[in-house]
Write a protein that binds this ligand. Structure first.
Ligand code: SF4
Ligand code: FES
Length: 247
C-alpha cells in the first residue's frame, strides 16, 4: 500500500525543525512503524538524502530504546504497544501518518525523532538500585519470597523506561515510571531495606525535573509494559511512608 509520511526533521537541538513529506509506495500491513522508517531511509540513502534519525535496539518490546509519536500518540495508535511492535494493519492505501519525536519539555530533541531521555535516568540513578554490602552471592534459596509477591514485583519490573508515559501526560509527569520502580523494589526482600531513602530521593528528583500528576490516566494507556495506574498510588504512599516511618 502507498502511505504518505509527514516526518519531523530537525538537524539538531538548536534547529527549529519542520515536517517533511515523503511517499512510501511499498508499505505492508505487517510492517512496524520502525520498519516503515527503515524502508523510507533505504530510499533516502539511495537518493543521497540524509536518513531520518530514530532510536531502536531490540525491536522486541523489551529494551525501551524506541519511541516515536504517531498521529499525536506516543508509540503509535495501538494501546500498550511499543513503536517497534506498532504494525501498519490499521492503515489503508492512501493514508497519511504524522511521525514526530516523543514530545515532552524534559526530552529535548537531539536529531529528527531522537530525544534525550536522560532525565529518566536521573530518577533511576537517584534510587532505583540496591546499596547493600552483599559479600559473596547468597544462596538463591536463602531469602524466600512467596509466589504472589514475586509475581507482583515482576509486573512492576516490566517497565522498560521508554518515557512514553511522560510524553502522553499533559503535565509531563513521570509518576507512572517512578511508581513502577518504587513498587517493584518495595516488594523485593533485599531492596525493601532501602525503601524510605529510595522513595525520598527518587521523588525529589522527579519533582525537580517533571510535572505533577493530575491522574489523567493517559500514561497507562500508552505504556508498553501495561503498568497500571495504581503504580501512581504507590508514589504518594511511599512519599508519606518515607516521611512518617522511622527507618
Ligand atoms: S511506565 Fe511504561 S511508559 Fe513509562 S517508562 Fe515505564 S514502560 Fe515506558
Ligand atoms: S526497540 Fe526495544 S522496545 Fe522497541
Amino acid at each position: 500500500m502507498r502511505l504518505t509520511l509527514r516526518v519531523w526533521r530537525q538537524a539538531g537541538p538548536e534547529d527549529g525543525g519542520r515536517y517533511e513529506v515523503y511517499e512510501v509506495a511499498d508499505a505492508e500491513p505487517e510492517m512496524s512503524v520502525l520498519e516503515l522508517l527503515d524502508t523510507l531511509n533505504g530510499r533516502l540513502v539511495d537518493e543521497g538524502v540524509e536518513p531520518v534519525a530514530f532510536d531502536s535496539d531490540c525491536r522486541e518490546g523489551i529494551c525501551g530504546a524506541c519511541g516515536v509519536t504517531v498521529d499525536g500518540r506516543p508509540h503509535g495508535p495501538a494501546e500498550n504497544t511499543p513503536s517497534c511492535h506498532q504494525r501498519l494493519g490499521s492503515y489503508s492505501d492512501g493514508d497519511t501518518l504524522r511521525i514526530e519525536p516523543l514530545r515532552a519539555a524534559v526530552f529535548p530533541v537531539i536529531r529528527d525523532l531522537v530525544v534525550d531521555r536522560s532525565a529518566l535516568d536521573g530518577i533511576a540513578e537517584a534510587g532505583a538500585h540496591v546499596w547493600i554490602p552483599a559479600g559473596t552471592a547468597p544462596d538463591a534459596d536463602a531469602m524466600l519470597q512467596d509466589h504472589a509477591t514475586a509475581e507482583a514485583a515482576l509486573d512492576f519490573a516490566a517497565c522498560i523506561g521508554c518515557g512514553a508515559c511522560v510524553a502522553a501526560c499533559p503535565n509531563g509527569s513521570a509518576n507512572l515510571f517512578v511508581g513502577a520502580k518504587l513498587r517493584h523494589l518495595a516488594l523485593m526482600p533485599v531492596s525493601s531495606l532501602d525503601r524510605g531513602p529510595r522513595a525520598k530521593e527518587m521523588i525529589r528528583e522527579a519533582d525537580q525535573e517533571f510535572g505533577p500528576c493530575s491522574l489523567y490516566g493517559e500514561c497507562s494507556r500508552v505504556c508498553p509494559a501495561g503498568i497500571p495506574l495504581r503504580a501512581i498510588g504507590a508514589v504518594n504512599r511511599e512519599r508519606l511512608r518515607s516521611v512518617f516511618r522511622r527507618t
